[in-house]
Design a protein around this ligand. Structure first.
Ligand code: ATP
Length: 361
């Protein structure tokens, strides 16, 4: 029977020899055939996680199950994992065909040369590198090398594909193209894939779901849109979104939220979104730039310090309480640098965080 939760990670901890706790009680699961992104800033534990799934590192405690069976005592070569490394790790002296065949010419997966070639050619066709068969990796573009590395990871017909920042060596345009290709490829093959990235836009664009880490702890495990609309905490709200979210220091007292130059009665909030008691004290009010817009009757007035064009939209930059903030508006806006504008926040889209970063609205 195939377990719907194909990968299960339970209470996993990793403490390195120097005492550094890279992962703290991490639990998550991945459905068969899903492409899941492990996202987070540098040093948050993404690679540590991937290496434990691959069996290259032993967990300090906790369990990892593939298809319902614990694999922590299973050797890496027996885990049926395909691993695509950041630098592709292709063999420079071998042709593309020899590189892709390689896993089938050694060890317990060894097949006859004819058989290995047949399987290699199948995956070279899927990854569209058939015509590169006789080239050496040194003659290939970054995108082509990437496809060779993926074909080589797939020839053993692994049950899980692990990819560690596979696009980081490519230029910006190629990244966009290859990430679409990777998604369509792994969906066609139907392979369960864990994809490590520190790039939130990449994760949002290709992940069926995203697991966001910080300091070895999962901050949110969710579908992409919820990182925008329902961030679990201050870290998530600030890590995801481009342009980044605006944060205003506020106080709650006497039934209202007070910023440096605005007041919002608590009664004006969407009562269904209140997550805890809005007790008097200091909070951060966070609002995404698309939810704070020029209006005739705004919450406050701001002087626009700069207008930046980003493709189909413009960012109005303004100073609020000594901190730069942003409003995201249509390309057609006539607002210019130096203009005084009233800005209004969508109260059903603002967030309130405690000083500790817990979301209360
Ligand atoms: P990056 O995106 O920079 O690769 P990451 O999220 O993949 O970061 P990890 O490589 O998993 O992070 O590292 C997590 C933490 O563990 C970091 O603080 C790192 O310095 C530490 N670390 C990694 N490997 C070791 C090791 N062998 N010994 C001690 N500490 C380590």
């Amino acid at each position: 029977m195939i377990d719907e939760q194909f990968v299960q990670v339970k209470n996993l901890r990793k403490v390195y020899d120097n005492g550094h706790e890279a992962l703290k009680d991490v639990s998550f699961s991945v459905k068969k055939g899903d492409l899941v992104c492990l996202l987070g800033p540098s040093g948050c534990g993404k690679t540590t996680m991937l290496n434990m799934l691959a069996g290259l590192l032993d967990p300090t405690s906790g369990d990892i199950l593939f298809n319902g069976k614990s694999v922590v005592k299973v050797a890496p070569k027996d885990r049926q994992i395909g691993y695509v490394f950041q630098n592709y790790a292709l063999y420079p002296h071998m042709t593309v065909l020899q590189n892709v065949m390689f896993p089938l010419t050694v060890g317990k997966n060894k097949r006859s040369k004819a058989e290995a070639e047949k399987v290699a050619k199948k995956y070279m066709e899927i990854t569209q590198i058939t015509e590169l068969a006789n080239q050496k990796p040194g003659n290939l573009s970054g995108g082509q090398q990437q496809r060779v590395a993926i074909a080589r990871a797939l020839v053993q017909e692994p049950q899980i594909l692990l990819m560690d920042e596979p696009l980081s060596n490519l230029d910006a345009r190629l990244r966009l193209k290859i990430r679409e290709e990777i998604r369509s490829l792994v969906k066609r093959v139907g392979i369960t894939t864990l994809f490590v990235t520190h790039d939130q836009e990449e994760a949002l664009s290709i992940g069926d779901k995203i697991i966001l880490f910080n300091n070895g702890v999962i901050q949110q495990d969710d579908v992409g849109q919820n990182f925008y609309l329902e961030p679990n905490n201050y870290f998530v709200a600030n890590f995801v979104g481009n342009p980044v979210i605006d944060n205003f220091a506020v106080k709650i007292a006497d039934g209202k939220i007070s910023g440096s130059d605005f007041e919002i009665p608590l009664a004006a909030l969407d009562q269904d979104r209140i997550k805890g008691e809005l007790t008097p004290g200091e909070y951060t009010l966070s609002v995404r730039p698309e939810n704070i817009l020029p209006s005739e009757q705004g919450h406050f007035t701001a002087k626009i310090s700069d207008v930046e064009l980003i493709g189909r939209e413009r960012i109005l930059k303004f100073d609020h309480d000594g901190i730069q903030a942003r409003s995201l508006v249509n390309l057609e806006t006539t607002i210019q640098r130096g203009d005084q504008v009233q800005l209004s926040m969508r109260l059903d889209r603002i967030f309130l965080f405690t000083k500790e970063g817990t979301r209360v609205y």
